[in-house]
Write a protein that binds this ligand. Sequence first.
Ligand SMILES: *Cc1c(COP(=O)(O)O)cnc(C)c1O
Length: 436
Amino acid sequence: MIGTMRSLHEVDPATEQFVQQEQQRQETSFMMIPSENSTSRAVMQACGSTLINKYAEGYPAKRYYEGNAVVDAVENLAIERAKKLFGAEHVNVQPYSGSPANLEVYYAVLKPGDKILGMQLNMGGHLTHGHGVNFSAKFYKAAQYVVDPKTHLLDMDAIRKLAHQEKPNIIVSGATAYPRIIDFKQFHEIAEEVGAYSFADISHIAGLIAGGAHPSPFPFTDLVMTTTHKTLRGPRGAMIMCKKLDRLAKTEGMDEKQAAKEKDLAGKVDRAVFPALQGGPHENIIAGKAVAFHEALQPEFKEYAHQIVKNAKALAAELMSHGVKLVTDGTDNHLLLIDLTPTMGIGMGKPVAAALADIGLIMNYNTVPYDQAKPFNPSGIRLGTPGLTTRGMKEKEMKDIGHWMAQVIKEPKNDEIKQQLRKEVLEMTKQFPLYG
Ligand SMILES: *Cc1c(COP(=O)(O)O)cnc(C)c1O
């Protein structure tokens, strides 16, 4: 038999074993990292299809290779569904992942040395929003906003004041560890006041927005980026959405053709993705995105999105009833941030997250705002409900999980308790199978 026809089992038992082990791990534990989720079998089938073999540099009907009629149809389908899902004017579904997509957004509208205003990493922002070690602070100047020292909420008046002082060229909204509603409208108004582009990075909450469970940055925000693999529940990847026209285009002294190009925000984004920063798009993943958007357009997805929030609120209430401190004392979205400082002292995020993993609840240690500990040994734990909600779990299960968590948080080294709770978690995973 020729190589293309042989199965993984026949070709490479070593890798096959890891694939099976990972599936087993996912079935028998609960995915509570808020940026993770379980895609459907349908999405995985599209991603594992022969579309993986095709080179398609360029865009539908403007490719640099032959044989792209099917690929064009797939990419157009993904684009049309994304437009419908979010109400976007223009969509580019080619970005490989969230971080390169953010580079593409900056490249599209900024010159090297222009200024980005974004949320500070240890307050809940992302590396690509202007953190010192990241390209976003190396090719560009970066200014950073923080959360209020008392409430740990975004203080829009303070952000407005900072924007007027710093005069950034782009203002980034969106976060990786912020448990409350983000006021995209005000972010856009501030950007208008200071002559900056508004840019919403909705990676974490895109599924909530698509399902109507969080306010949308559309139609006013200039540029929107989202990963497709978090609450949106598609394959690992990203997309950029934007207005067709560039609100800030400067066209004095240009001929008509040049001016039209300058005003074409959609064209700037597309040229930034290809040919500026990417080569051939991953059309198998784009097919997976098309499937995920189709799923997100169904009525059940609205239920899922609202259930994520209900579950997060139920879990928050249960944890707080056991004296667990949450940043902002609750949540509006899919995410909870536990601050262990008041109960356990500083720098306890890592050992407590490890103890929770011992019973099969998988989360990540994280800084809390104004953390007194170092980032590699911070005082918080970040968790969320997208993965649990995808399994079909509801408020009742959140109450159990919150109770189990509280016991481990109180006594992370008590092996007897952990052994008992591991059994309970395992039993519950069997009631909510993932892939059967
Ligand atoms: C996850 C995330 C990214 C980066 O996505 P990757 O696909 O991991 O590169 C960017 N911004 C925000 C807000 C995110 O949550």
